[in-house]
Ligand binder design. Structure first.
Ligand code: NCD
Length: 272
């Protein structure tokens, strides 16, 4: 049994192996994985528990979709206020309970360190789907995959983070991974001074974690960005990326969403 709490739980080789599976699932490129993709009994009788103490659209739905596509089932506690958490149940008791009813638990919580705490008492693998401002490793996997899909490598690239780098867990996990991948990364506090980069990774201001302020990508900023770059965002977005940018070929956030499904299928396949 292996938990996925931080991106450092996976070695570089394991990440590349996962990308191989993901690519194969996405393209149907090998016979084996094209069969897995279409085999609605691959994870038959397996149950995934989605346990979300914070709102989610993409992470919870893509894990559920991934499980369903592989023939498994899903128990969803998407609003803990309708569970015994509302009666004061602690995280450990909830985790132990869900471990009796499922084979893997996808956990999102408000507090940094909760995923680790859960793993300490869990009888089944815990996948950290975001622990407060801590980490969000499966988002990082789909982010890295999206970068590699575009540039065919994750080395010798320049990545600029824009936005709430202090409270954004997606930035924390991704920057941890990038440090291992020999990438150059820049942080800027001035949207008007965006350095030339291969990747611009924008994030939302995390108001629920006390962050204030806002920023918005303008036509002037976009005009300064290299033609071959990609603009990423984990979503949800607020005002930072206006909708008129969506049709720009550099806008890569919808591809991230799509890749999220295949990455999460790849993760579940590797837990079989
Ligand atoms: C992110 C998260 O929950 O950390 N969303 C996601 O999973 N794609 C980003 C955010 O909420 O800002």
């Amino acid at each position: 049994m292996r938990h996925l709490i931080t991106i450092d739980d996976l070695s570089d080789v394991e990440i590349q192996n996962l990308f191989y599976v993901t690519r194969s699932l996405k393209s149907g490129e090998t016979e084996y994985y094209s069969r897995v993709l279409n085999d609605s009994s691959y994870l038959r009788n397996k149950i995934l528990a989605n346990l979300f103490y914070e709102p989610s659209t993409r992470t919870s739905s893509s894990f559920a979709a991934a499980m369903h596509r592989l023939g498994g089932n899903v128990i969803s506690i998407n609003d803990v206020n309708y569970s015994s958490v509302a009666k004061g149940e602690n995280l450990q008791d909830t985790i132990r309970t869900m471990g009796y009813y499922s084979d893997i638990i996808v956990l999102r919580s408000q507090n940094e360190g909760d995923a680790k705490l859960a793993a300490e008492v869990s009888e089944v693998p815990i996948i950290n789907a975001g622990d407060g401002k801590g980490e969000h490793p499966t988002q990082t996997l789909l982010d890295l995959y999206t970068i590699q899909e575009k540039f065919k490598t994750i080395e010798n690239l320049t990545v600029t983070f824009v936005g709430d780098v202090v409270n954004g867990r997606t930035v924390h996990s991704l920057s941890k991974a990038l440090k291992r991948c020999n990438l150059n990364y820049c942080e800027t506090y001035d949207i008007d001074k965006l350095p030339p980069s291969d990747v611009y990774y924008l994030t939302r201001v995390q108001r629920e974690r006390g962050s204030k302020g806002s920023y918005e990508l303008t036509r002037d900023h976009v005009a300064e960005m290299p033609d071959n770059c990609i603009v990423m965002h984990p979503f949800p977005r607020n005002e930072e990326i206006p909708q008129w940018f969506d049709s720009d070929p550099r806008a890569s956030y919808f591809r991230q969403m799509e890749n999220g499904l295949y990455i999460r299928m790849g993760i579940l396949v590797s837990y079989k």
